[in-house]
Design a protein around this ligand. Structure first.
Ligand SMILES: [Zn+2]
Length: 336
């Protein structure tokens, strides 16, 4: 049997190793994809540090990687409409038996030379979009897109705040600009991240430690405060701060994952202002093809999103760089 290299996480011990494993063979309804680029996400860091545990993984090891672009290598026996060599990008998860499974978490992902994909999770990639930029569309772009357009339902000219200008938050700023939100206020403790937010289209970038933060948000929004606020950091302090600058009927959308409790300090104020706190995960099935089309059509540009490309063998190094924010990466890409 043909072998391939894969970066696999052993869940009980949380050890990540590069292993030789059998190259998978596509079954009915599946294609085999030769991986050209796979993104490294903060949830990969959380899987490794133990704050995130797969819900539906059979067995105790998984090949990581839910942001994957590549080319079709082989088709399952009944699969039509695809040809070997065709460029594709993969959905970051899929619904099986009513359960939402995440690629590279609940089943093997793309930190490997090859990855299996159900045919419904495969989308054709135009030649104008490089594999590295395509790979991050599922999740790093599609998750904020879903949070903005579906969960928060942001309308043009609404005032919005984005906490955490990392891989997802940086894209959120660009996407909020694309849907016509105004003003877009970015909040991040790291000066480089605040500069990046302004480069990517934020109108104002604030330090969460700024004692004048509330006054500055009110001034920038003409005293309206924020109609939508997004927590991409998964941080308890962020959530409490965001509630202090939320407009009446404003929505706080929780995108960053944390295992810490959620606190509403002033329940009376929360109810009086009719605030809403909404959990968000992933995106609708049409998000990836929509974003591919918008990128192809020149409405979105992710050429600045790829901080570095590393070989698969450096997976652990890439995870460490993201964890320590070394070089303040937006997205690091593994190339098997
Ligand atoms: Zn992710």
């Amino acid at each position: 049997m043909d072998q391939m290299r894969a970066a696999r996480l052993h869940i009980p011990s949380r050890t990540l190793t590069i292993e030789d494993v059998p190259r998978p063979v596509p079954g009915a309804g599946q294609v085999l994809v030769k991986v050209e680029a796979a993104g490294v996400c903060l949830s990969d860091v959380h899987l490794i540090d133990g704050t995130l545990t797969p819900t539906y993984l059979p067995g105790d090891s998984v090949t990581l990687g839910h942001e994957v672009a590549g080319t079709i290598a082989a088709l399952g026996p009944d699969v039509t409409g695809w040809t070997a060599g065709q460029r594709v990008v993969l959905q970051a998860g899929e619904v099986r038996d009513g359960r939402l499974l995440t690629r590279g978490v609940d089943y093997d992902g793309g930190w490997a030379e090859y990855a299996l994909a159900s045919v419904g999770t495969v989308f054709a990639l135009p030649d104008s979009i490089p594999s590295e930029q395509a790979a991050i569309i599922p999740d790093a772009v599609s998750t904020p897109w879903g949070a903005i357009t579906t969960t928060a339902g942001v309308r043009p000219a609404q005032a919005v705040g984005v906490w955490g200008i990392g891989g997802l938050g940086a894209h959120a700023v660009q996407l909020l600009r694309a849907v016509g939100a105004h003003p877009i206020i970015a909040v991040d403790p790291v000066p480089a991240a605040r500069r990046r937010a302004l480069d990517f289209g934020a109108d104002l970038a604030l330090d969460p430690a700024d004692p004048q933060l509330r006054e500055k948000v009110l001034e920038a929004t003409g005293n309206r405060a924020l109609e939508a606020a997004f927590d991409f950091a998964g941080d308890a302090a962020v959530r409490e701060q965001a509630l202090t600058v939320l407009a009446p009927k404003g929505r706080l959308v929780l995108v960053g994952l944390t295992d810490k409790p959620l606190t509403v300090t002033d329940g009376t104020r929360f109810s009086y202002l009719q605030h809403q706190i909404l959990g968000h995960y992933g995106s609708e099935e049409n998000a990836v093809p929509q974003l591919v089309a918008l990128t192809e059509g020149g409405r979105l540009d992710f050429s600045r999103s790829i901080t570095d490309v590393l070989p698969l063998a450096d997976a652990a190094k890439a995870v460490q760089r993201l964890h320590t924010k070394d070089g303040d990466p937006i997205r690091l890409i593994l190339r098997p």
